[in-house]
Design a protein around this ligand. Structure first.
Ligand code: MN
Length: 294
């Protein structure tokens, strides 16, 4: 397809993980943001934790992160390897494995746990996953919690032109198809597997913040230098065209969305617009208003 005069979304930076730490005792993560101070450039996305790849020995005591709250945003978990079990105080529960995505809208508040699935933990294995936090606009931060389990089978696989690979369409649209995730604000989330030596041209909405995380392989974006595993390309808001060239067989996660240009106030698992709202969140959690796991 001719791109005509489409404006390129220029790459403004390539970032490495800014911190590495353990979440609970089951998720060894490298953080790309907020540790790289990219709030404005990646909005509506608030956080990207890259977990593993990390091998866990067999155990009868599943690791993970126990009961904890969230308010004011969504957590999106994408599994490449391993199996994770979730349950929350809104009564939702689910198990996600390779290719699956969990999209949890904490909104006004939930308490949940994220654990290695019992039988998977028993046999041991490699965990490889991403957790994104997606912001909610002020008007939606106190809406009712919601939960979507998006199985691999329900995610459209779009074949790319010229044998460049395939695009798993988690959210938004691509090449006339629509992803299964229900998002609060306009978002595109693509899991791309690219073939060495090929390139793909993607057309994204002008004005959306777009970033590209390398899960595996070596790629360049819009003629930039090559970037490898755990590196993040950040693109300019204006423009629509992103050309990604795979230097080896590669897997990338493309995140794009309409920016939410509102103040961000964070305190641990709460992301609101003001400090007073954070104090309220802590008080509400301590008073049991976000519920408990049964
Ligand atoms: Mn959580």
């Amino acid at each position: 397809m001719a791109t005509g005069t489409a404006v390129v979304k220029e790459v403004t930076g390539i970032y490495q993980p800014g911190s590495a730490h353990m979440v609970g005792d089951g998720f060894p993560v490298r953080n790309l943001f907020p540790s790289n101070d990219l709030d404005r450039e990646v909005s509506p996305f608030l956080m990207l934790d890259y977990a593993g790849p990390h091998y866990f020995e067999p155990t009868d005591h599943p690791r993970g992160v126990g009961e904890h709250p969230h308010r004011g945003f969504e957590t999106v978990t994408i599994i490449y390897r391993g199996i994770v079990a979730h349950r929350d105080s809104a009564g939702n529960a689910g198990v996600i494995g390779p290719g699956d995505v969990q999209w949890m809208t904490a909104a006004s508040g939930v308490v949940h746990e994220e654990m290695h699935e019992k039988n998977w933990a028993k046999s041991g294995g490699t965990l490889h996953a991403i957790q994104l936090w997606v912001n909610l606009p002020r008007a939606q931060k106190m809406s009712a919690p919601r939960y979507q389990t998006i199985l691999n089978a329900d995610i459209p696989k779009v074949e790319l032109e010229g044998g460049a690979g395939r695009l798993r369409l988690i959210a938004g649209t691509a090449q006339g198809q629509k992803g299964p995730a229900h998002t609060v604000t306009p978002i595109e989330l693509y899991d791309l597997e690219l073939v060495a030596g090929r390139r793909v041209e993607l057309n994204l909405p002008d004005g959306h913040n777009t970033s590209i995380f390398v899960v595996q392989g070596l790629v360049s974006a819009n003629g930039s230098r090559d970037a490898g595993e755990a590196e993040l390309f950040v693109c300019r808001r204006n423009g629509s065209l992103v050309t990604i060239e795979a230097k080896s067989d590669s897997r990338i996660l493309l995140m794009s969305g309409e920016p939410i240009d509102e103040p961000i106030a964070r305190y641990g698992p709460f992301v609101m617009n003001t400090k007073a709202e954070l104090v309220q969140a802590v008080n509400d959690y301590q008073a049991g208003k976000m519920g408990h796991l049964s």
